[in-house]
Design a protein around this ligand. Structure first.
Ligand code: MG
Length: 158
């Protein structure tokens, strides 16, 4: 078994959709980035890439590459899934946390888990998403940005 960790941050900005775990969440701001800036999907991809020894998403999908501009991070997640499969890895489980002062994410957690599980070809018991506020502290607490952390276990199919 191999474990991986992922961490990501994106800035909140006007006139952007807020996409977390592939789910569009109604909010006055969205995350800024080269892709759709899905901070949760990015943290999960980094955890998976790390566990598989594939580096990180910056290496796999450079933000200087125009083909990734505005891309749905679910497409990138699908690509990571394909890479894991070709290296003979199966996902054991993923646990993740989104750190956001606002909006309240609880109503969307199930939908995020379903979307991520479907994209990765895993069962619902294998993925867990949590959300927390930062008690008003720091850049997440002030609403300047949203961060996410993820850990995962990979099992070798051989
Ligand atoms: Mg990112």
């Amino acid at each position: 078994m191999r474990c991986g960790i992922g961490y990501d941050v994106h800035k909140l900005a006007e006139n952007r959709a807020l996409i977390l775990g592939g789910v569009q969440i109604p909010y006055e701001k969205g995350l800024l980035g080269h892709s759709d800036a899905d901070v949760l999907a990015h943290a999960i991809m980094d955890a998976l890439a790390g566990a598989a020894g594939l580096g990180d998403i910056g290496l796999l999908f450079p933000d200087t590459d125009p083909q990734y501009a505005g891309i749905s991070s679910l497409k990138l997640l699908q690509e990571v899934r394909r890479m894991l499969e070709s290296k003979g890895y199966a996902i054991g489980n993923i646990d993740a946390v989104v750190i956001a002062q606002q909006p309240k994410l609880r109503p969307y957690i199930g939908q995020m888990e379903e979307t991520l599980a479907k994209t990765l070809g895993i069962g619902m018991p294998q993925i867990n998403v949590k959300a927390t506020t930062e008690e008003g502290l720091g850049f997440t607490g002030s609403g300047e940005g949203i961060s996410a952390q993820a850990v995962c276990l990979l099992e070798s199919k051989e």
